[in-house]
Design a protein around this ligand. Sequence first.
Ligand SMILES: O=C(O)c1ccccc1NCC(=O)[C@H](O)[C@H](O)COP(=O)(O)O
Length: 208
Amino acid sequence: MLIKVCGMRDPENIQSLIQEVNPDWMGLIFYSKSSRYVSGDFADSIKITDVPKVGVFVNEPIEFVLNKMEEFNLSVVQLHGEESPEYVRELKLKTGKKLWKVISVGESIDWETLRDYVGLIEYFLFDTATTQHGGSGKRFNWEVLEKYPFEKGFILSGGLDEESASEILALAGKMPQLAGVDLNSKFEDAPGLKNIEKLKRFKGKIIA
Ligand SMILES: O=C(O)c1ccccc1NCC(=O)[C@H](O)[C@H](O)COP(=O)(O)O
């Protein structure tokens, strides 16, 4: 089970995360309305950190994404808005990097609307629908995923906490497409500041 820790920005907290948790990815949020927004002030120290970095974007112009990829040395782009398959195709052509498409989950999902993304992305990321786009701290009803019709891997997100570990493992037992989890607000002491002990405990439960 792969682990992404999202909403990082504090250089000391990032160093502790890398040394003590060693996640598969660290997420940086480039959505200016988020309380976890990463400004350019942090770029020099974050750019050189030794962990794959996922940039989180909400309906941004492609040029903005390209600039942040360069500025922060991003390995993955997570598209957290209403970006169309055409937008994703263009971004893929221009960057050649791995792209994740977020699907905001409410009561149900119209799976056909996801089909055009399948050949373009590395993973879908399923997150709880919210007017703030992300970071709600709320779980969606995972039963919605039971009819997931693709082989494409996905990342589970939305309000995951320490107590979610056993249910995540049970879901992974039923769904081999579940490649990883995305951890955020339930592991924070303050927006953008993660509790390293909580993350370590969670990792201990989820990684055999
Ligand atoms: O976390 C935010 O503030 C945020 C705001 C706007 C768009 C995306 C955002 N977060 C991106 C993520 O991938 C989060 O980890 C995901 O939404 C889950 O967050 P949480 O429900 O707090 O676990």
